[in-house]
Design a protein. Sequence first.
Length: 522
Amino acid sequence: MAILWLLLFYISPALSENSYDAFLNCLSLYSPNSTVSEILYSQSSVNYTDLLNSTIQNLRFTSQNTTKPILILTPTNQEQIQASVSCCKNYGLSIRVRSGGHDYEGLSYRSVNSSQFVMLDLTNLRSIHISAHRGTAWVQSGATIGELYYKISMKNSTLAFPAGTCPTVCAGGQFSGGGIGTLTRKYGLSVDNILDAKIIDSNGKILDRAAMGEDLFWAIRGGGGGSFGIVLSWKLRLVQVPEIVSIFIINRTLDQGAIGLIYKWQYVAFEMEPDMFLEADIEPNINGTEPGAVFQSLYLGRCTDMLTYMQVHFPELGVGTSDCREMSWIQSAVYFARFGDADPKILLDRGLQPKSFNKCTSDYVIDPIPFPAWEGIFDWFRSNHSGLIYMNSHGGVMSEIPESDTPYPHRGRVLYNIQYLVGSKEASDIEAYLGWIQGLRTSMTYLVSTNPRRAYVNFRDLDLGRNDGGQNISYENARVWGERYFKDNFKRLALVKGEVDPENFFWHEQSIPPLIVEGKNY
Ligand SMILES: Cc1cc2nc3c(=O)[nH]c(=O)nc-3n(C[C@H](O)[C@H](O)[C@H](O)COP(=O)(O)OP(=O)(O)OC[C@H]3O[C@@H](n4cnc5c(N)ncnc54)[C@H](O)[C@@H]3O)c2cc1C
Ligand SMILES: *[C@@H]1O[C@H](CO)[C@@H](O)[C@H](O)[C@H]1NC(C)=O
Ligand SMILES: *[C@@H]1O[C@H](CO)[C@@H](O)[C@H](O)[C@H]1NC(C)=O
Ligand SMILES: *[C@@H]1O[C@H](CO)[C@@H](O)[C@H](O)[C@H]1NC(C)=O
Ligand SMILES: *[C@@H]1O[C@H](CO)[C@@H](O)[C@H](O)[C@H]1NC(C)=O
Ligand SMILES: *[C@@H]1O[C@H](CO)[C@@H](O)[C@H](O)[C@H]1NC(C)=O
Ligand SMILES: *[C@@H]1O[C@H](CO)[C@@H](O)[C@H](O)[C@H]1NC(C)=O
Ligand SMILES: *[C@@H]1O[C@H](CO)[C@@H](O)[C@H](O)[C@H]1NC(C)=O
Ligand SMILES: *[C@@H]1O[C@H](CO)[C@@H](O)[C@H](O)[C@H]1NC(C)=O
Ligand SMILES: *[C@@H]1O[C@H](CO)[C@@H](O)[C@H](O)[C@H]1NC(C)=O
Ligand SMILES: *[C@@H]1O[C@H](CO)[C@@H](O)[C@H](O)[C@H]1NC(C)=O
């Protein structure tokens, strides 16, 4: 070790000139059994650009002026990740970890403030081991949600896992921040169903739940990715779904009473039985010209029961026999990804979803938004066909799980989450779109939750605030955005961070800052 330190000390000053060779040497020392040259790319490597670009989902961050990693690593085993952590620390480099690359602000592969950082791309670490008879699975962070859903269904079609509707999002990022989807009202978030995990900490050590302790295990289940370590894999509790589930997708124009339906939806969707999930969206041109409402539903049962239920609880929506479709749960996942009757095998396609220049932000609603305000919201969509909003109803078990059970605090009386989204194929449109989403968000200020105005960390938005001071970041400054994502859980997250990574090695523009207090007081 002494020789290693000497060697590193000797070569470190040359890093910017010769970073590739120096880093390669370091990796080889720490990971002697691997051919590390095959997994390390510098900016001048032929494959660097393609590799960086491969899972950048938000094309805004493919532009020339995006701060790029000085090196990219594509580890194929955990030893290489441990070596990367050690070498980054030795050279004072930051690290970014990318699983699926869906982070709306691109923080898994870019830095806002120029800084020297290395990106670890976990694409090669995507194994999924399902134990159907035990009802559990181990999934590596680089596996997509689509792969997970598909592989579970192949083992047993009445098992599933509660996670999001976008099949190309990866376990690594999504489970780090929550995981909202069609089974949320019945079974909670992804993080409510995680039993164990393996993480590489800032010392390069591999820890499972027993070794990391309950505080860190709590923090990594919803505290947001990139703050506490690199999660290698997750142990999941699978959940039961019926052999046949029922779905409908219904559009309603303004003439068909879209505004009144959305208004009523706020009251009924929250109260519905947990087997019923009913999402409401406002989309910009539902019939070719006008904005309208889209209602998408998953019912864990047959159509006859669903139709009866809707007739009793939400007759105004007018769901008819011809609207309801029965199918397997895995086919419903294809439907919610908006690929209709396509073969569920498409969930294995890691390039399934088109990329776009986009921007996202979020809100939570606790008191129903009044009818006249909805008229104003529809006017906003009518004047300008730019974006859309998805409203994901909570309630069910989400209301029963205590706010402090996981870092995700939006439980109890929270009626629903609003996701605002603009996306375009053209870079030139995006500036106007940013104006649209900012304007809409401002106009929503007094209609949504306050003190704090809540937001969902997986719908990351740097406009809420960010760590500007490099690695020397302040807890007080970060409360501005941190309490919006985590409410009172933010302080506990910062205390855990102070325990496990006091030097703030795992840092990004919205990472949890370490809070170090004399004598533990929590
Ligand atoms: C099209 C689209 C649809 C979406 N739909 C949903 C939905 O239905 N429900 C929902 O809840 N969310 C949804 N999201 C949000 C999504 O859950 C988050 O963006 C999630 O963080 C993406 O995970 P990723 O691994 O693909 O992204 P990445 O960009 O790779 O990672 C996101 C963050 O997690 C960190 N991270 C990644 N891997 C690890 C790891 N192994 N260990 C530690 N930190 C890590 C990254 O550094 C980064 O900070 C959607 C996003 C998009 C773009
Ligand atoms: C590397 O390989 C050697 C010989 O096969 C083995 O003894 C050693 O344990 C390996 N080291 C690691 C870190 O896997
Ligand atoms: C790297 O690029 C070369 C040439 O374009 C290509 O043949 C090769 O398959 C690429 N390797 C990887 C790992 O992408
Ligand atoms: C990155 O990928 C996108 C689409 O996936 C493409 O439009 C863009 O040209 C690529 N950029 C580079 C530099 O390869
Ligand atoms: C970076 O490029 C994007 C897209 O080309 C542009 O919108 C943005 O303003 C640029 N940012 C800076 C800091 O130049
Ligand atoms: C599938 O899982 C269900 C639980 O949802 C279980 O009752 C059933 O026995 C399993 N079927 C098979 C074939 O393993
Ligand atoms: C779309 O809906 C609006 C409002 O309901 C209606 O006025 C318009 O005629 C519809 N357009 C088409 C093409 O159906
Ligand atoms: C409903 O609206 C969505 C989104 O605007 C659109 O893609 C879909 O084709 C519409 N469906 C019907 C049946 O009109
Ligand atoms: C749409 O919004 C953009 C950005 O706010 C604005 O520039 C444009 O004028 C708007 N268009 C209409 C028709 O209101
Ligand atoms: C990061 O960027 C912000 C805004 O551009 C700036 O105020 C801040 O000083 C920067 N911090 C560092 C460490 O460069
Ligand atoms: C970090 O921030 C503290 C308080 O703002 C300041 O006193 C200290 O000098 C900073 N350290 C560095 C290395 O910037």
